[in-house]
Design a protein around this ligand. Structure first.
Ligand SMILES: Nc1nc2c(ncn2[C@@H]2O[C@H](COP(=O)(O)OP(=O)(O)OP(=O)(O)O)[C@@H](O)[C@H]2O)c(=O)[nH]1
Ligand SMILES: [K+]
Ligand SMILES: [Mg+2]
Length: 366
């Protein structure tokens, strides 16, 4: 029996099994099995079997945003409207057949926007180019799930299922679990909160089913069985997501108003140029970018060419972004701005110092 059939079989068994306290343990085991088969299916061991990798587009700029959606929702139209790159758009489905990168320049950041082919239900299981599309989504810093405002709500859930199947967790934080493999010593299980959605027995049996007999598990959050499996598998990607409803020119004002109030949602019309500036501003926000100005000794800071970094970036990241010879020869840096302890004066800092938006940094080398 192939992996796909095995997956089907487990899914059927799970659907047959009633969800209650008595079956929780059994369902947990099935989930673990399912996750293992899915991982096998999606991460082929030999390169030649293909399918598991995304489109071969070089990452560029400060962050990557991927456009995911069904055919003809307006992905290419959005790329053409917001970047210098033109991507063919047409009323027929599957106009776009490959990944097309464009660049949004905004607040000193260069954001790569990736137009992708439309996907259909079952994309993650290898239908058409769908698998390549969802694999590419995994490389993004932000995913835009693009939807047609004139179509049913169902489309959103279907896309979420496809992304979930390749291990993408949208708008979720990595669960607060520390998991360490050991070579001896058995299983050490610690929990700092009361577990209401899973229990120690289920977790221990999942560990056993993965043949993990020596490890430390520390759980610091009221997690579900699925979340535990996610951390165990370790290849999950936690990516922020914006739901963008296009074509609001074709629905009523009441409908627009209702959609716009959903969380993580932006409503636009590419054709009528509605709300596109707001969308770009939201993209910038969700990427959690910070910009930092560099300053040479004795000179004014260079305000025309900021260095763009992800939130949490350190002085070391800045060094590496400028030139790889910088960090090895680093002596100290001076930082002005929000991250300086002595603001408005400078603070002398080391490589590990975390910068904040709009800081000015001077780097001193040996
Ligand atoms: N009414 C309306 N139509 C739009 C809007 N934006 C795009 N369209 C139309 O929707 C159709 C599909 O647009 P595309 O940009 O090709 O869509 P796509 O998502 O890239 O499609 P695929 O590449 O085939 O997956 C075209 O006929 C566009 O003119 C909009 O804001 N309102
Ligand atoms: K199209
Ligand atoms: Mg297209």
């Amino acid at each position: 029996m192939g992996i796909v059939e095995k997956i089907k079989e487990i899914e059927q068994e799970m659907a047959r099994t009633q969800k209650n306290k008595a079956t929780e343990y059994h369902l947990g085991l099935l989930k673990a099995k399912l996750a293992r088969y899915r991982a096998q299916l999606l991460e082929p061991t030999s390169k030649s079997s293909g399918g598991g990798t995304g489109f071969d587009v070089q990452k560029s700029g400060d962050a990557r945003v991927a456009l995911i959606g069904f055919p003809s929702v307006g992905k290419s139209t959005l790329l053409s409207k917001t970047t210098e790159t033109a991507s063919a758009s047409a009323s027929y489905e599957f106009t776009t057949l490959t990944a097309i990168p464009g660049v949004i320049e905004y607040k000193g950041a260069r954001i790569q926007l990736l137009d992708l082919p439309g996907i259909v239900e079952g994309a993650s299981a290898g239908r058409g180019r769908g698998r390549q599309v969802v694999a590419t989504a995994k490389t993004a810093d932000l995913i835009i799930v693009m939807l047609d405002a004139t179509k049913s709500e169902e489309q959103r859930r279907l896309l979420e299922i496809e992304l979930d199947a390749v291990g993408i967790r949208l708008n979720k934080q990595k669960p607060d679990i520390v998991f360490k493999r050991r070579t001896t010593g058995g299983i050490t299980f610690n929990c700092t909160v009361k577990l209401t959605k899973t229990d120690e027995r289920t977790i221990r049996s999942i560990l056993a089913s993965y043949k993990l007999h020596n490890c430390d598990v520390m759980i610091r959050e009221d997690i579900t069985t699925d979340e535990f499996i996610d951390v165990l598998i370790g290849t999950r990607k936690y990516i922020p997501c914006l739901y963008v409803y296009n074509k609001i020119d074709s629905i009523s004002l009441e409908q627009v108003d209702k959609i716009a109030h959903e969380p993580n949602t932006v409503v636009i019309s590419c054709e009528m140029d509605l709300n596109l500036d707001y969308l770009i501003d939201e993209i910038w926000d969700r990427l959690s970018l910070v910009k930092v100005y560099t300053k040479k000794r004795g000179a004014h800071p260079d305000l025309t060419d900021p260095v763009c970094m992800r939130k949490g970036a350190t002085v070391e990241d800045i060094c590496n972004g400028i030139h790889r010879s910088l960090a090895p020869n680093f002596r100290y840096a001076l930082v002005w701005g929000k991250s300086s302890k002595f603001a408005p004066h400078a603070q002398k800092v080391s490589l590990a110092h975390q910068v904040q938006d709009e800081d000015v940094v001077s780097i001193f080398t040996k």
